[in-house]
Design a protein around this ligand. Sequence first.
Ligand code: BGO
Length: 266
Amino acid sequence: MPLKIALAGNPNSGKTTLFNALTGSNQTVGNWPGVTVEKKEGKLKGHKDVTIVDLPGIYSLSPYTLEEVVSRNYLIGEKPDAIINIIDGSNLERNLYLTTQLTEIGIPVIIAINMMDIVNKNGDKINIEKLSKSLGCEIMEISALKRMGISELAAQAVKTAQNGKSRSAKLAFQSEIEEALKAISGKLPGGIAEEQKRWYAIKLFERDEKILEQMTAVNVEEIILAVEDALDDDSESIITNARYNFITSIIKGSYVKKSSSKITTS
Ligand code: BGO
């Protein structure tokens, strides 16, 4: 059965280097529908029936840049069989912000921690087992530049895509928000796949302009206002802060920076 695997990550995470390593010279370049953002696809080396779709480099799945909109429209609309989320291991905290969103859209995610040559050289330590547990995803360590761990990543990505099951998101928001998301989910129009309901509910809670335009008949303003009142913040910041708090808590348990453990004498 043909499989599609999307490659997603922050700009400068090494996505192009990884895409080239996974596909070799077997690539086609075009544009995403209706926009002049480049779309690259390629067959996974050694797997004629597996297509890797390179998404634009993004920091988030918000509706504010063309790249983010293209990426999320593809992920939500086309539902690839899996996502390889490449993250820069030397910049773990910042890169995980996107990860917390990719794991919410009902598609299996494999995380490829890139730049491991730099992480190792710096003497930093990532506890992969703990991080994997906290995020609910398989994690592979790679260096796209040094071509390290690429075949293992490819094999795991195919396996995950074939299996087809996404695990549920590990980020649980505080109870007021979870209750609001539940109430919003109950108001979603018919025809939305079960595994995508949480993503849509979060976007509506954030008053995502693109999703509000799509769902003009859904009125969730009262639900949002009640939470904003209770937590004394606007709904978009409430979600953003919760993501950063989650990331801080999991980094604490799974990442040790060598330099931070040194005792300074100055
Ligand atoms: C330059 N390890 C190391 N050390 N570097 C890596 C790795 C890795 O595993 N993977 C990628 N890089 P892109 P996006 C560069 O271009 O694939 C490097 O934006 C330079 N260029 O080589 O382009 C990669 O597609 C001059 O570095 O990322 C590239 O996600 C000096 O990370 C950069 C130093 O990779 C971004 C680096 C003229």
